[in-house]
Design a protein around this ligand. Sequence first.
Ligand code: GDP
Ligand code: IMO
Ligand code: MG
Length: 428
Amino acid sequence: MPAIVLLGAQWGDEGKGKATDLLGSRLDYVVKFNGGNNAGHTVVIGTEKYALHLLPSGILTPGVVPVIGNGVVIDLGVLFGEIDGLEARGVDTSRLVVSANAHVIPSYNRTLDKVTERFLGSRRIGTTGRGIGPTYSDKMSRVGIRVQDLFDEKILRQKVEGALAQKNHLLVKVYNRRAIEVDEVVDELLAHADRLRPMVADTSLLLGESLARDEVVLLEGGQATLLDVDHGTYPFVTSSNATAGGACTGAGIPPMAVTRVIAIAKAYVTRVGEGPFPTELCDEDGENLRQIGREFGTTTGRPRRCGWYDLPIARYASRINGVTDLVLTKLDVLTGWERIPVCVAYDIDGERVTELPMTQTGFHHAKPIYEYLQGWTEDLSSARTLADLPAAARSYVEFLEERSGSRISAIGVGPERDQTVVIRDLLN
Ligand code: GDP
Ligand code: IMO
Ligand code: MG
């Protein structure tokens, strides 16, 4: 019963959407297990470009059943907007299944996300402002609203009343905003109930039955290892578990069902929002990576911070997630540099450190120690096998593989589905 986890090894936007799409028709289920519409996955199929936020990337593959798992937080307006947008382009979304236990993002949590960030000032996280953090906080505080609550109006009203009893104090007394009416929120949520109902199921049961039939279930992570609330660069993280452990809780499947963990890493590193980033380039090289790699957020359009590949991060991601296969993306973007720095360790207050430091202070003080690899000038976009890559690009990949802690099984050389060097099958 093969369940396969696919997740980000760095700070997000590694190209997870493209990788899921690549596995496409060989999958039976694609399950989104964490996050919400803070994610943005760009998938290019021929001349068509799709930007997905809340729907699993499997939605684009005919025959695959896309699932929004219990670990996801759902903005219902965004969900239906995305469905309508895809349907208008001829994509069949009718197979979508949504967990009854997933939490919904009421509008007050979008408001709270934004005002909290403003209130934090220079200590802000740089969130996407989509209400993700407050909705996961509500889940943990046990005042969240779940999908299933929309089908029992009395219960829904009670829960909204309970949540607003706290939130309105915060909004009015701390943030100087107007109080929110219970009716307003109940009506906003109920407006989606009829359309949502046929999609809702016990998705843990559905996936358990599918695995028992030996079908292939892909668990697709939003965000990435260093944005994980437990294992990332806290507090500059998202509010869910984006690492492999989160896949089991967020989808409701047992750990022993997972046979493979595929991590996606860019051939360099990017980050959106605030927080430490040892290899960040605030110079011309950073600007060149951003322009050549088109590093602008799929969700917020913000310029992504860019830096060189970081081996301590890669090894950390391998260990935390038990990575079996690494997919190295955007190697094509590195064409044209005379030599390419790779961070092999950190200098932390005069000490050479090869692991991620234990403390936040240590990570903030970390300065990259680089080894320099020879660059190449050839365009890589038509490479399909390792032999098609110039020798210097092959050496770069071999160096990263040796030092990253996981074997590299595929390499991205362009945004399109077929612009991939496949070294070994990711499913068998
Ligand atoms: P995700 O959030 O991990 O799914 O990644 P995003 O879609 O936010 O960002 C990755 C971007 O890189 C998208 O615009 C992809 O189309 C693009 N992309 C993915 N793989 C490659 C690659 O190998 N080369 C190039 N040039 N672009 C890629
Ligand atoms: P994908 O799935 C990159 C970042 C935000 C912010 C922090 C917290 O496309 O890789 P949040 O709104 O989640 O509370 O913001 O996390 N962030 C992402 N960065 N890719 C993402 O998703 C992200 N989702 C959240 O920029 O720094
Ligand atoms: Mg993204």
